[in-house]
Design a protein around this ligand. Structure first.
Ligand SMILES: NC(=O)c1ccc[n+]([C@@H]2O[C@H](COP(=O)([O-])OP(=O)(O)OC[C@H]3O[C@@H](n4cnc5c(N)ncnc54)[C@H](O)[C@@H]3O)[C@@H](O)[C@H]2O)c1
Ligand SMILES: [Zn+2]
Length: 370
């Protein structure tokens, strides 16, 4: 991957000019396979002994344990897995920083998937009222979604991302080399968020993803697709950092997707986030057709494509009422109505759409019939 620095973020054709109108403290997004080369100018801003690393055990064992570059900095290694995105892990990072003499001018480098970048970002944003941090996302999902956009957080009392902050990293370093060791389900899962970015905002991006097989990515070629996806996410974050309006576009597929994810969890058969989102997008393409006039033939064709990648979701008619109830409790709702982001056509979203129970059940029928 060529080293590229990308300070002002969006230069993806159509969205560039509108992004430039916004002046907000922006994260430096760097695309490179050479962390040492590209991060050195940033790291020089921090004093000797003031740079720390937070990572998790899988990533540590595969990528950091023998790295001369990362080996220079004291590291805290948390256990891997979503179960560890919790307060106790935050306390471990705080304690590690305190005992190693971190101060307000210190820097924390978070290396890992979305679990770790959310957790490390939260720990950094609260330690001594906030220290700088850099995210180095190592899963596809965290590269195209989690590590960018300033949301940090942990799960609390069984609720996902219940406690958190909005806080931008100083920089995000995206290197496709990490994806070499990522398992196929996680590669496929992250790809769903890229599809979502194409569907909500860019037909061009959608079209470049269509011929790809996410199970066996050509990482050289992927670098540019990942970049396009990140630029779309950045577009929404720049315009609406606190998700008051258009950032809600990123929720396409997620109202239904979260319900499917929770149902699978309740049944003790958890599914990866991206799979649930892909199935959620299929159901919400149906709603888009019924409510916003999205062309039915294109909805069918896109659904078939996604089913080819994500397979069939595993639920029956007897799950509908539970799914509907889960959607009613989604934190994105307002005035007790289920809130959806839907599409008018590929690349054109509409936020704050509502569907009644009958239509939601019909969308679930549509999904099951794919
Ligand atoms: N902040 C946001 O805007 C945002 C957006 C989307 C998702 N998220 C959060 O992201 C999390 C999910 O992220 P995720 O899918 O990256 O999960 P994850 O961080 O749990 O990683 C998935 C698995 O891949 C392993 N792994 C990570 N990098 C690897 C590598 N290079 N090679 C081999 N294995 C590797 C991990 O150890 C883990 O087992 C959730 O907590 C979700 O809430 C946050
Ligand atoms: Zn998502």
């Amino acid at each position: 991957m060529k080293n590229t620095r990308h300070k002002k973020l969006c230069n993806f054709s159509a969205i560039y000019n509108s992004c430039m109108e916004y002046s907000r403290k922006s994260t430096e997004i760097i695309y490179s396979d050479n962390p040492e080369d590209v991060l050195s100018p940033i790291l020089r801003r921090y004093g000797a002994g003031k740079i720390f690393v937070a990572t998790e055990s899988n990533v540590h064992d595969i990528w950091l344990r023998h790295s001369p570059f990362f080996g220079r900095y004291p590291a805290v290694v948390l256990p891997s897995g979503e179960d560890n995105k919790k307060l106790e892990s935050v306390a471990r990072i705080w304690e590690f920083l305190s005992t190693h003499g971190a101060d307000r001018k210190s820097l924390l480098i978070n290396v890992g998937g979305g679990m770790l970048t959310d957790l490390g970002g939260f720990a950094a944003s609260t330690f001594k009222r906030g220290i700088d941090f850099i995210n180095i996302p190592t899963t596809l999902l965290s590269q195209v979604d989690a590590s960018v956009g300033g949301k940090t957080g942990i799960n609390f009392l069984g609720l996902k991302n219940e406690i958190g902050t909005f806080c931008e990293p100083v920089a995000v370093l995206i290197s496709t080399q990490f994806l070499k060791t990522l398992d196929k389900p996680n590669l496929i899962s992250g790809f769903a968020e890229m599809i979502k970015h194409g569907l909500i905002f860019s037909r061009e991006h959608l079209n470049e993803l269509r011929p790809l097989d996410p199970r066996t990515p050509d990482l050289e070629a992927y670098a540019i697709y990942i970049r396009h996806s990140v630029e779309i996410k950045e577009h929404f974050v720049l315009h609406d950092p606190k998700e008051k309006n258009i950032r809600k576009a990123l929720n396409f597929g997620h109202t239904t997707g979260h319900a499917l994810e929770s149902l699978a969890m309740e049944k003790g058969l958890p599914v990866l986030h991206g799979y649930a989102v892909a199935w959620g997008m299929i159901a919400e393409l149906y709603l888009s057709h019924k409510i916003c006039g999205f062309p039915g033939i294109i909805a069918d064709e896109l659904s078939e494509w996604m089913t080819g990648i994500y397979g069939k979701s595993d639920f029956g008619k007897n799950d509908y009422s539970r799914l509907f109830s889960l959607m009613q409790h989604d934190k994105k709702n307002d005035a007790n109505r289920i809130n959806f982001t839907l599409l008018e056509e590929p690349g054109k979203f509409i936020i704050d759409q509502h569907a009644d129970q009958e239509l939601v059940y019909a969308a679930l029928d549509y999904l099951r019939a794919r």
